[in-house]
Design a protein around this ligand. Sequence first.
Ligand code: GLN
Length: 228
Amino acid sequence: AITVGVLALQGGVVEHIALLNRASTSYPSTTFHFLEVRTPEQLSLCDALIIPGGESTTMAIVARRLGLLEPLREFVKINNRPVWGTCAGLVMLAEQASATKQGGQELIGGLDVRVLRNKFGTQVQSFVADLKLDFLGEGEGPFRGVFIRAPVVEEVINGNGSGNVKVLGTVKKPGEEADIVAVRQGNVFGTSFHPELTGDVRVHVWWLGNVVEALSQRRKERGLVVGS
Ligand code: GLN
């Protein structure tokens, strides 16, 4: 069985769990458990994790208070578990976030990028846009991207050369430059938009597929080490 956690300190938790449940039917030979994560003990049960949308400053403060920030960093950067952040979750997974009025904020990191929070303005400037997400596979139609006080990836920073940040999606508003709204670097995936707020299960199906693959790879490697 595979246990996928959803960090449940704040934000869109139940929506992710609902879509994960639907997406899991695409992998009938795998048993999944979906777990709301609020403690380091719960995190330690997880094979993979989603960090939902919400408000990243709040999320960081609560994570710090619950003693979760270091375990989360370890989960992402040392244990290299598959992690997906949506919106505020993407902010948390960035190595840097552009300075805000409030000053710095604590991040988990894992993606060698700098994000710009609230790129498109306030809540009332929320919008939807059809995105071309090639990783969903050939012949797939556009994906409805929901953007709510969304961050964008401002710059790939790639300090250590182990980089390999892959841009997986962009959005272009009329008269503006295209913005990066989906990235992946190894085990870490981030989207500015909210697939969990659409009825469209494709991104969750794709991500769960990656989780299944990463875990079978990991178990194989472990088996080899034990057997040799
Ligand atoms: N603006 C929020 C932040 O910077 C993210 C908004 C969202 O997750 N919908 O943390």
